[in-house]
Design a protein around this ligand. Structure first.
Ligand code: NVA
Length: 309
């Protein structure tokens, strides 16, 4: 791994992703973790969390360390105290930081000023830990990644960004169907296309959810209103209505296609009620795999390694 941080999924090369997923599979089978004895991970969160908070905490405990949760109302990142100072103070106490913020620049600043590894635990731009868990889940369900057809239907948001980049790095064909005005960022698409040219993956952007899902191995969606966008939720419910993932849409995918969602899900909005409970749903495997991939990641970033000594 070139950097000691994970700020974007694109900080990883395809070999890094394969290695991390391989280690995550071993850890899932109960192989002992490399102990992070006595190590501490700060969980610095500006937004709510269930999966990320608990999976990072449990991952640290299983590796022999622990975590300390710091909510924004206590820390006042960038308000009560400058980001550079928070980064430098925490670096004197803890061995790493998993950070959930609105702005990507804030996570990057923590990494710039701090001296311990920083992990992006979701920003408005990316959700790299989710993308790692998603790739692990797709690999388990489809027997590999290369040539798998993934259709993402919905907002061109943080989850879509990391998933597109991860797909492009690993040879997964990625189709994104979104309403006009809710496209992914151009720089991310350009970056994904550059990776795809090397891996042989095919990246397609469209406004047509039916066309995107036709013949897909994986159908993926995320909330229409991400954290921080609550004021737009009425408008978004209208704009995204034709992009709901329901049984009718799933019927266009391959017969054995799986359904994925990073959760929390809103039945009646981006998914039809009951979809999480169908045999096609892989969402709880995705949630579980957050734990395994993050253990593998923490071992690499925080633990002793040949390069880091
Ligand atoms: N796009 C969602 C993902 C939550 C895991 C959000 O940012 O709120």
């Amino acid at each position: 791994m070139a950097r000691k941080n994970l700020l974007s999924i694109a900080d990883l090369a395809s070999e890094d992703i394969s290695r991390l997923l391989g280690r995550a599979r071993e850890l899932k089978q109960g192989k002992p973790g490399q102990h992070l004895n006595g190590m501490v991970l700060a969980l610095l969160f500006e937004k709510p969390s269930l999966r990320t908070k608990v999976s990072f905490d449990v991952a640290m405990r299983r590796l022999g360390g622990h975590s300390v949760y710091l909510a924004q109302n206590e820390v006042g990142l960038g308000k009560r105290e400058p980001v550079a100072d928070v980064a430098r103070v925490l670096s004197r106490y803890v061995n790493g930081m998993a950070v959930r913020t609105f702005s990507q620049a804030l996570v990057e600043d923590l990494a710039r000023y701090g001296s311990v590894p920083v992990i992006n635990a979701l920003t408005d731009q990316e959700h790299p830990c989710q993308a790692l868990a998603d790739m692990m889940t797709i690999g388990e369900k489809r027997g590999g990644l290369k040539g798998v057809n993934l259709a993402y239907v919905g907002d061109g948001n943080n989850v879509a960004h990391s998933l597109m980049l991860a797909s492009a790095l690993t040879g997964v064909n990625f189709r994104l169907a979104f309403p006009r005005g809710y496209e992914p960022q151009t720089e991310i698409v350009d970056r994904a296309r550059a990776f795809a040219a090397k891996s042989g993956s095919d990246i397609k952007l469209t406004q047509d959810p039916q066309g995107a899902v036709a013949g897909a191995d994986v159908v993926y969606t995320d909330v229409w209103t991400s954290m921080g966008q609550e004021a737009e939720s009425d408008l978004r419910r209208k704009v995204f209505a034709p992009y709901q993932v329901n049984r009718k849409l799933m019927a266009l995918a391959k017969k054995d296609a799986i359904f994925m969602h990073p959760l929390p899900a809103h039945a009646g909005e981006e998914i039809e009620a009951g979809l999480l409970d169908t045999p096609q749903s892989a969402v709880f495997d995705q949630a579980e795999n957050r734990l395994h991939v993050q253990m593998a990641l923490l071992e690499e970033l925080l633990g002793p390694s040949p390069e880091r000594g």
